[in-house]
Design a protein around this ligand. Structure first.
Ligand code: GLV
Length: 325
């Protein structure tokens, strides 16, 4: 019998095309919004596979309610929306899409750093509000990045790509904290491994690139912002759950840190009345790290291929829990 695949969002067309061409019956969720939890469960009932993304909650309740499900293919590199331990217990492999979005996401981190450091988003809003004003020698001063210290939390693919940009463009010194030492980054970027408190204390720009896990949830809170430099710029393009947003707002309001660039917020979507959106040294984007045609098409390819390969040969290009293959 034909295997049935549910696409939980409107993904680049090639995902559905590849699956149809490979002989799968494809169901496409037609609305722009993510499905509600009950809708997702109901739709998944008669499917063997889902191609999903970070806006879908794939927890134990979902998996218990969908016993026919054989494989989960995530369209994202992060997979904190999926209870991987439960999937593994049930023998369900979870695919994901690393590598192909590395450069796109590092570009957003780098762009946020430059934009926040020169108040660009804020100044743009001033112009729109009719407040161009005149040249003011002492107003709206930003910070330079040349020769500063870049701290990376999570020196994986994206963290390394960000560090490479910062070294090349600004000769920044790189320090990092990570679950494991990354010797190739140390060699290539002259990066120095430090403990978390040293990362906080020494970074002029601190850029977050780690996964959201039990260990990293909320680790940027009042206490950790308090250990950072008053002149520091905090960048998060990983997951909003890594920072406590109330504490971040307070740290910025009180001058505990200088500025922030966020592509991920806590919660998402950010409410329009969030004070971060009015702050001079803050730049916020709505989670567009991987949003280039190239990256999103490649992610669609990979996510579809992970499903196709699983049903053909019980293999995947990229799998979070390969013990299930
Ligand atoms: C996007 O946030 C991703 O994890 O790919």
């Amino acid at each position: 019998m034909m295997k049935r695949v549910l696409l939980t969002r409107i993904f680049p067309e090639r995902a559905a095309e590849m699956l149809s061409n490979a002989g799968f019956a494809v169901t496409q969720w037609q609305e722009d919004r993510p499905m509600l939890k009950e809708e997702l469960i109901q739709m998944t009932q008669d499917h063997d596979a889902i191609l999903c993304t970070l806006t879908d909650t794939i927890d134990k309740a979902f998996m218990d309610a969908c016993p026919r499900l054989e494989v989960i293919s995530q369209f994202a590199v992060g997979y904190d929306n999926i209870d991987v331990a439960t999937a593994t217990l049930k023998g369900i492999p979870v695919g994901y899409t690393p590598d192909v979005l590395t450069e796109a996401t590092a570009d957003v981190a780098f762009g946020l750093m430059i934009n926040a450091s020169r108040n660009m988003f804020f100044m743009h809003k001033q112009i729109i509000a009719g407040q161009w004003g005149y040249f003011r020698p002492k107003a709206h001063l930003g910070m330079e990045l040349k020769n500063k210290t870049l701290g990376i939390l999570g020196m994986g693919r994206i963290g390394t790509a960000m560090a490479r940009r910062c070294r090349g463009a600004y000769n920044m010194s790189v320090i990092y904290h990570n679950r494991n030492r990354n010797e190739s980054a140390e060699k290539e970027l002259n990066a120095r491994y430090v403990d978390f408190d040293t990362l906080l204390a020494e970074s002029d720009v601190l850029s977050v690139h780690c996964a959201l896990t039990r260990d990293t949830r909320g680790i940027f809170n009042k206490a950790s912002f308090g250990k950072m430099k008053h002149t520091a710029l905090f960048i998060n393009t990983a997951r909003g759950g890594v920072h406590n947003e109330t504490d971040l707002i307070e740290a910025l309001e009180r001058g505990v840190i200088w500025g922030a660039g966020l592509d991920v917020t806590n919660p998402e979507p950010m409410l329009p009345e969030n004070p971060l959106l009015q702050m001079e040294h803050v730049a916020v984007l709505p989670h567009i790290g991987s949003a280039t045609s190239e990256a999103r098409n490649a992610m669609a390819n990979l996510a579809a291929e992970n499903i196709i390969r699983f049903f053909r040969n019980r293999e995947m290009h990229s799998c979070v829990n390969p013990e299930c293959l």
